[in-house]
Write a protein that binds this ligand. Structure first.
Ligand code: NAD
Length: 422
């Protein structure tokens, strides 16, 4: 296993999600009955996945699909393939999806899926068999009007194509709207692949504007140079910021004058790692997080910043491209240091927003130009940032509490209006 792969799992992500729910619900003075309804997952499926490996043996994997809420629309959320996947992690991620969809005000609830596996150590054929088995096992839950998966860590558009195909086989006709993040040729949306990083970029621009930090010359550090992290880095680099350090699961690299991001993206594509990129030096993970910079983007996994290392952070802005990268304990420390945190359910909501656009396009069989996708995304991200900022300033709460207040408030309103639970 690569050296950094085993991220800290000390903080239970689901407990953190519940804790953050309570903080926001208290500020909203939410009625106990409504809390009972919206706090917990509506539906949890735990599946056993026997898959034949290339050596001829059967290996049994465990997978999950959690629908946290369908109060505002079908459940929506990615699928993660990672060795650290647990039911509690998936429950946390599904919970955050509910508040996230409500923050950007798109008509979805929250869901998430995961399989405990190490796709990097598997052949492509093994990953395909596992994906199809998983898709077949969660079939009763998913569908364009029920629950729509998308890519997450170590899954991608190919994974979505296999899920779409497996689902469509059971129907006898193609159903592109069952997943988002598909290849363009199967009904994917232009701009979906870059959407999360692009959304991170828009919120970083908004935060820099608020804090009077010029983007030109700003120093950026990215933990996790994958889909979300590399696109955010690329857009910031294109706007004359300096990306001085990045990492992946194997190593962290640094150049105080800024890394050449387009070349680094090609290098990572070719070699599968950032280590050894010409002109960079290797640093340790703790050093990367503690670098003096304007913008730190955790874009890997949960619990990257906690009570042990939060005091070492020297960034002015922490932009949470990842889900749950700062623990509640880490939050308290960052707040006391005056670090401006763009919380995950706002910062990385660009991905689900363009997933929504993809679903709309699939439903209408009418596809948009890339520029339409970008301008609609920009409008939604900027509006959502402004709405969260307003609550942050008016209620004198952290940006995280403010975002949760916005999302949870909208879900609570939906439940009350539907009168589902008299
Ligand atoms: P990805 O698989 O494309 O990239 C993950 C990256 O993190 C990889 O480069 C991997 O090497 C690196 N990584 C893993 N462990 C690490 C560690 N301990 N230290 C440093 N780097 C490490 O995944 P992604 O889709 O970019 O997802 C990253 C984060 O963004 C996740 O938290 C995910 O939930 C969140 N997110 C993704 C999307 C999306 O649309 N892809 C949307 C919203 C949120």
């Amino acid at each position: 296993m690569p050296v950094l792969e085993a991220t800290k799992v000390s903080r239970n992500a689901y407990e953190a999600a519940l804790l953050n729910f309570d903080l926001a619900a208290d500020k909203l003075h939410l009625e106990p009955d409504v809390r009972e309804i919206i706090k917990y997952p509506e539906r949890v499926l735990h599946v056993s996945l026997p898959v034949r490996l290339s050596d001829g043996h059967i290996h049994r994997f465990e997978g999950y699909r959690v629908q946290h809420s369908t109060a505002r629309g079908p459940a929506k959320g990615g699928i993660r393939f990672h060795p650290n996947v647990t039911l509690d992690e998936v429950k946390a991620l599904a919970t955050w999806m509910t508040w996230k969809c409500a923050v950007v005000n798109i008509p979805f609830g929250g869901g998430k899926g995961g399989v405990t596996c190490s796709p990097k150590d598997m052949s492509i054929e093994e990953v395909e068999r596992l994906t199809r088995r998983y898709a077949a096992s969660i079939l009763p839950l998913i569908g364009p009007e029920q629950d729509i998966p998308a890519p997450d860590v170590y899954t991608n558009s190919q994974t979505m194509a296999w899920i779409m195909d497996t689902y469509s086989m059971t129907k006898g006709y193609p159903v592109p709207g069952v997943v988002t993040g598909k290849p363009i040729s199967l009904g994917g949306s232009l701009g979906r692949n870059e959407a999360t990083g692009r959304g991170v970029f828009y919120t970083v621009l908004a935060a820099c504007g608020q804090l009077f930090i010029p983007i030109k010359g700003a120093r950026v550090v990215v933990q996790g140079f994958g889909n979300a992290g590399s696109v955010a880095a690329h857009l910031l680099d294109s706007n004359q910021a300096y990306v001085i350090a990045v990492s992946d699961s194997r190593a962290c690299i640094y150049n105080k004058n800024g890394l050449d991001i387009p070349k680094l993206m090609l290098y990572k594509d070719k070699t599968g790692q950032v280590l050894g990129f010409p002109g960079s030096t290797e640093i340790q993970p703790a050093e990367l997080l503690a670098l003096e910079c304007e913008i730190l983007i955790p874009a890997a996994l949960e619990n990257a910043i906690d009570e042990e290392n939060a005091s070492s952070i020297r960034a002015k802005i922490v932009a949470e491209a990842a889900n749950g990268p700062v623990t509640p304990e880490g939050d308290t420390i960052l707040e006391s240091k005056g670090v401006f945190v763009i919380p995950d359910i706002l910062c990385n909501a660009g991905g689900v927003t363009v997933s929504y656009f993809e679903w709309v396009q699939d439903t209408q069989h009418l596809f948009w130009e890339a520029q339409d996708v970008y301008s609609r995304l920009e409008r939604i991200m900027k509006t959502s940032f402004a709405e969260v900022l307003k609550i942050h300033l008016e209620h004198k709460v952290s940006m995280r509490v403010a975002a949760n207040m916005l999302g949870i408030g909208r879900v609570a309103e939906a439940v009350k209006l539907r009168g589902l639970y008299p």
